[in-house]
Design a protein around this ligand. Structure first.
Ligand code: OSB
Ligand code: MG
Length: 369
């Protein structure tokens, strides 16, 4: 396909409620919507970099810079075969996985639309609905947290993840477990501990948690490999896994027993699929992580999570959990069995709500051939 034009919309969307993690509080969610035009057809991609460098060094600002000054000039006016071809052209650039991933998503959306195939069919997905859970941020008090968990359970969510940090770990998790003894429950520390300080988490090992996500630093596979043998509960890595190579090394050294796959974090859909395939082959459970995506990125996550190795519920909640107003016309809803249906149209299968898009856009850039 020939790339005629690429447009970047830097969006800032109000969240229904603040989302607090060990790295900070998110009130507005930033992202970049990427629209690639080829022969009158538009492909959409979402770059999930946030406004602040809390989860990762990449921000919406660095992504705008890398896309505008380095990637777009290389692509506009060129013939691109597919996502793999795109990544070959971007491989000269070190890092910036979220910027690369947003572009790759748009190329896959175009590919699907041109071939009349849904994302699920392009990827080889095996189900039309995927199991999902909800990720709950740190609340003002433990009591607020228990109430929030209770609210999401009544909405039908069958798996809950709670965020933890030092001093908001043991009591929060114990109280949620006490209130809901049979709940599928997991915790996410977003790198808030060290090998030493993670000793305080030992009591969580008796709470029948599905996993403990990313307790230590993102660049610290080695200490995770020392921590995992001290716990019966599986450790899951999120921030630490930026590529298939990291996934293989983490598994080989016993740094985790579960992997969270986010296409933005690993540089795109093709790398995400490689990690899935590797883990599936070695029977390592994976699940699809979330970055508070708009309806565009959420469609891609749903399709990814329909691959056969995604055996655990994903952080892919209904639109309602995040946004009063989304940038697509469809709103994802939760089925009573804690699943969400995949879109069925060609490509991502989503239609933009242009009025909403305009209202959230804080800057736009357009490059034509
Ligand atoms: O660590 O999984 C995380 C959101 C932003 C950045 C990092 C994380 C998260 C979530 C939310 O946990 C998942 C979602 O519902 O999209
Ligand atoms: Mg995480």
């Amino acid at each position: 396909m020939r790339i005629d034009q690429i447009k970047l919309c830097h969006l800032r969307m109000p969240l229904k409620s603040p989302f607090e993690t060990s790295f900070g509080r998110i009130l507005h969610r930033d992202c970049i919507l990427i629209i690639i035009n080829s022969n009158g057809v538009s492909g959409y991609g979402e770059c999930v970099a946030d406004r602040d460098p809390g989860y990762s060094y990449e921000t919406s600002g660095t992504a705008m810079h890398i896309l505008k000054d380095f990637f777009l000039p290389l692509l506009v006016g060129k013939e691109i075969q597919d996502g793999v071809d795109l990544q070959r052209r971007l491989a000269f650039a070190r890092g910036h996985p979220m910027a690369k991933s947003g572009l790759e998503m748009a190329i896959w959306d175009l590919t699907g639309k041109l071939q009349g195939k849904s994302f699920k069919d392009l990827l080889g997905g095996v189900s039309d609905q995927v199991s999902v859970g909800v990720s709950i941020g740190i609340q003002r008090t433990t009591q607020d947290l228990v109430e929030s968990v209770s609210g999401f359970i009544s909405q039908g969510y069958g798996r809950i993840k709670i965020k933890i940090k030092p001093d908001r770990d043991i009591v929060d998790t114990f109280e949620v477990r006490k209130a809901f003894p049979d709940l599928l429950l997991q915790v996410d520390a977003n790198s808030a501990y060290t090998l030493e300080s993670a000793k305080v988490l030992k009591p969580l090992d008796n709470l029948n948690l599905l996993m403990i996500e990313q307790p230590l630093d993102e660049d610290d596979l080695w200490d995770h490999s020392k921590l995992q043998p001290q716990f019966r509960t599986p450790l899951c890595l999120d921030e630490s896994i930026l590529s298939l190579r990291h996934a293989r090394q983490a598994i080989e050294m016993g740094a985790c027993r579960i992997i969270n796959i986010k296409m933005g974090r690993v540089g795109g859909l093709s790398e995400a699929i490689k990690i899935h395939n590797y883990c599936h082959k070695w029977a390592v459970p994976v699940w699809c992580g979330g970055m508070l995506e708009t309806g565009v990125g959420r469609a891609a996550n749903l399709a990814l999570a329909s691959l056969p190795g995604f055996s655990l519920p994903g952080d892919i909640s209904a639109t309602d959990r995040y946004y009063e107003q989304d940038i697509i016309t469809h709103r994802y809803t939760l089925n009573p069995n804690s699943t969400i249906d995949l879109p069925t149209g060609p490509g991502l299968g989503v239609e933009l709500d242009l009025k909403a898009l305009k209202s959230f856009s804080i800057s736009e850039i357009e490059i034509r051939a």
